[in-house]
Design a protein around this ligand. Sequence first.
Ligand code: BDP
Length: 730
Amino acid sequence: MRLPFVSIAAMAVALAAGSLLRADDGYRLWLRYDRVADESLRATYAAAFTEIALPAPTRPGFSLGSIEAARDELTTGLKGLLGVDLSTVSQPTRDGALLLGTAVRSPELAGLVSEADLRAASEEGYVIRPVIFAGKRCVLVLGNRDVGVLYGAFALLRHVQLHEPIAGLNLVSAPRIQRRLLNHWDNLNGFVERGYAGQSLWRWFELPDIVSPRYRDYARACASIGVNGTVLTNVNANALVLTPAYLQKVAALANVFRPYGIRVYLTARFSAPVEIGGLKTADPLDPAVKQWWTDKVAEIYRIIPGFGGFLVKANSEGQPGPQAYGRNHADGANMLADALVPYGGIVMWRAFVYDNNVPADRHTQGFSEFQPLDGQFRSNAIVQVKNGAIDFMPREPFHPLFGAMPQTPLALELQITQEYLGQSMQLAFLGPLFEEVLDADTFRPNAGSTIAKIVDGSVDLHGISVIAGVANIGDDRNWTGHPLAQANWYAYGRLAWDHQLTSAQIANEWTRLTFGNDSAVVQPITSMLLESHEAVVNYSMPLGLHHIMAEGHHYGPGPWVDQAGRADWTSVYYHRADANGVGFDRTKSGSNALAQYAPEIQNLWGNPATTPDNLLLWFHHLPWDYRMKSGRPLWDEIALHYQSGVDTVRTWQKAWATLNGKMDDERFTHVKQLLARQEHDARVWRDACLLYFQQFSKKPLPAGVEPPEHPLDFYKAQQIHFAPGHPGAH
Ligand code: BDP
């Protein structure tokens, strides 16, 4: 929804009601910096922060302007929060100076903290602590490098926004994963594949001449949660972005992002040497092809200093790749890695591959193609793996590759945009999903080897670590379409920085930053957020059901889909419902995808009695009257899950109603309308799926499940035209 204008009436109401109810279009995200209402608290903060001191560095060092960005953010933020104008001085002139600097360039500041603190801050982190400097009581914001100061500035502002005490202030933090990226699936024509919040942020036609102020706000938002890289273009890539004219445009964006510690990356279309280079082949072992990429990379680094590298989708869903020349993924990735290595660049090569012509269960195919290549990739080639083996389903078991490529750094790819989770119409806070994935134990080489530890490099001691989130951002005024979907961008960044944070902590933090610290507001919103992912799973694909959504645009139910261009895009391929039961047998008696997991997991998930309910039908085909752990028959359990999803949404509608008057009318009304739509859509999911499966189960709905509103044919006949984010609709 676009809300570019604030109506005069809304503004008048807002002015009359005071700052709490000021009209709000959501543009400021979690960086709101509204005045701290409690006067005594505000006075405490104002006494603690009186000026900004930026002592001139005494040692040379490369500056990216991050310290200046930190100073600007602190000046604006504290002006908003406290109503004070902080001047910048080169040495503290009074108590309460915020002292900014880096250990590398200002050894006298480094001397104020312990070696252990500096080590803990590592490359990108910070130390924030009260110190005495030049005879004044100061608050030191120190990084080893400039960007640490910027991250520290955001942490300090967050501390104030959350109304945390100033006494005993002691913040030390550093990221656990080195490269924390957003992946934008943005096309050069402005269309965002699987984007539900408007068009691309990047105005390619206007660039490089017109540099929208929004690019800086994007960078501020990313930096505030620690995101330090952005892949600007769609994995279904267009080679044009590698041409000189586009590289100039990319450079203009990179210039805006650089002070914010954000590197720019691009998707590299494998056939680019043919499409824009005039070569006859893109064979990765052909010397002319290698030379073309070597030259191209040199050109890119000349135009875009600090360029991060390439993301590649190859031999997947029709994208070109090395297999066309009889080469494998490692051949392709290594050729690009070799071109990038002199500049410190990396290549992220995606493992999302599957082939309709291969008879094996799609679940097994990425593993089969990539696992044998372990050990063959260059050290700057990272294999990027989606969290699950199919495709960002509402719930998936973790991808077996995470436990099976110890010699290769693996990047975790999460989807922030809610392709299969209600898109921008439905509330689904993804913190719990991300946490579940990060905490999943691969048991390789032994228990405790969680995905988080595989990805951060600590299990196999890799030098490079990468995490990627497919962005949910577009040019909608509020960035994410659904106002509460901002929380997903936030949660991704916070977990990428520190995977030991809990989603409950993050939900609480985000809610307070975004809606204020009033517990009557924070409590209901936090509960809604934390319940929402499971609720969406319940009313769409409970108990391990998967890939039963509508075809193409993927919004809403489609368990009946049996024609979709290729078998592995249909729903019947995955649910396998018949008179005998439902579910995909992936045990020894079926596709045996389970064999790709560690023995501990095979033992657990190989037996329906020890498989967690929430993955049951992912791994087993079970009779409709199979006795569940609850004692109920499977059919009843399925039906009750669908109903419970609907019921949960209704409880949010009630909870949200209590917030009327406690926030601005814009966000209140927008979310109220979205929740009504979600309640409707949840019923559609429930009714459509239960009617469909009932054809096979031939059993009545259990008590407590509402009868469907329409017959099955009604739901089958529903069509959505021009669904946002659907490539086929354009
Ligand atoms: C699927 C999307 C498709 C993407 C693909 C991918 O439906 O639009 O291109 O993933 O990740 O989820 O490459």
